[in-house]
Design a protein around this ligand. Structure first.
Ligand code: PMP
Length: 404
């Protein structure tokens, strides 16, 4: 089966809307992707027919709701090729998943320990590690990039020493689009006995993730970037680590027995899922995974790559355009500036022409500082974007550039 773009677009009602009197051209997929009718319909249906709290009730609705949530957990396990459902923890998103690991795994770090990060990290993979520094004298070692926006792997390797306690890096940069050689990076860390977290927020909608093949210790991602509902994320962790880590939050669901003398905790994965989870959205997330499987990740990747190459070429025809991120392995994210025009002005004027792009620092201020710029305009593609949309975007950008 080929890639039937009209059939794909037909599944996303939001693509029919207008902005002002212009057709919506949605190129902000890196921030969040749109959601197909199958997911939206499922959420409505669950609220209308199956809403009951999970894991607590003997009644039919509660059982059904629990089954649906656990069905998604099995789907996620299969989607990322995890060993077991116990290794799949539901969180609110990538951010919460990284905070969980930093806080809980970070418990074992000692003064003088070092954590390896990279300069291209999203704030979500910087600040949680800095929070640890309030209580412990931990050093962050930051891997730089070259002019193409690729990691300096020699520097990365050079950072490992006997104080290295952890490495945490992104699979794909949300600004540069760089696809990092995470498998090699993990192998190197493994040779030095250093556990690794991979921030998969940008990779999970575009690449096939196989946590066994990667051999990562932790892998995290968000449903809302994968055509799924908001409020749901996943922490994959190797069972041995998860079992040895203390709980992140305390409350209902995560306990075995509570008394004022002392409390024992539930088994995995529930030990890390305190409180009522976002069970409706978790259940509906399975429909987004169906969409990805049915459409085909490989086909989506190829389609997005064509859009990336095409749009990059057309963009560079515009005088003054500078693109940030020219890695040989690149995802369909284009960050750029046009001459001295402020990124915010470009974004605002493109919006008047119906084109939604993101502007600013993209929650990557250290990267902006490294690039010596306050921000960029960022256009990013998903399965439903078309070459015609890329043309409209380029034409709109030409109009905007001509105004200055
Ligand atoms: N890491 C990366 C690379 C991201 O792009 C994002 C979202 N922009 C995040 C982490 C945070 O994801 P969330 O806001 O869904 O927690």
């Amino acid at each position: 089966m080929g890639f039937d773009i009209e059939k794909i677009r037909g599944q996303f009602p939001i693509l029919q809307r207008t902005v002002g009197d212009k057709r919506l051209i949605y190129l902000d997929n890196t921030a969040t992707s749109q959601t197909p009718a199958s997911v939206v319909g499922n959420i409505t249906s669950l609220y209308e027919h199956t809403k009951a709290n999970v894991h607590r009730g003997v009644h039919t609705l509660s059982q059904e709701a629990t089954d649906l949530q656990e069905h998604t957990r099995r789907k996620v396990r299969d989607y990322i090729n995890a060993e077991s459902v116990e290794e799949v923890i539901f969180t609110r998103g990538t951010t919460e998943a990284i905070n969980l690991v930093a806080s809980s795994f970070g418990d074992r770090f000692r003064d003088g320990d070092e954590i390896i990060l990279t300069v291209m990290e999203h704030h979500a993979n910087i600040v949680p590690w800095q929070l640890l520094q309030r209580h412990k004298d931990i050093k962050l070692r930051v891997v730089d990039i070259n002019d193409k926006g690729e990691l300096d792997l020699e520097q990365y390797k050079g950072y490992f020493n006997d104080r290295t306690a952890f490495a945490s890096f992104t699979h794909i940069s949300n600004v540069l689009g760089t696809v990092n050689p995470v498998k090699d990076m993990i192998r190197f860390a493994r040779e030095h006995g250093v556990p690794v977290l991979v921030d998969g927020a940008q990779a999970s909608p575009h690449l096939r993730i196989d946590v066994k093949d990667l051999d990562c210790d932790f892998y995290v991602f968000s449903s809302h970037k994968m055509y799924g509902p908001t409020g749901v994320g996943v922490l994959y962790g190797k069972r041995g680590w998860l079992e040895s880590m203390p709980p992140y939050q305390g409350g209902g669901e995560m306990i075995k027995h509570v008394s004022f003398e002392g409390t024992t905790f539930a088994e995995l994965p529930f030990k890390f899922e305190a409180g009522t989870p976002d069970f409706i959205d978790i259940a509906a997330f399975s429909k987004a995974l169906d969409f990805l499987e049915e459409t085909g990740l490989d086909k989506i990747r190829r389609h997005e790559e064509e859009l990336l190459v095409y749009t990059t070429e057309r963009l560079l025809e515009i005088p003054g355009v500078k693109i940030y991120g020219e890695a040989s392995e690149k995802s369909a994210v284009i960050s750029f500036n046009v001459g001295e025009i402020h990124n915010y002005d470009i974004g605002l004027l493109l919006d008047k022409l119906g084109v939604a792009v993101r502007t600013g620092h993209h929650c990557a201020q250290p990267l902006m500082e490294r690039l010596g710029i306050p921000g960029t305009v960022r256009a990013s593609f998903a399965a439903y974007n078309t070459q015609e949309e890329a043309d409209i975007f380029i034409a709109a950008l030409k109009r905007v550039a001509a105004m200055f």
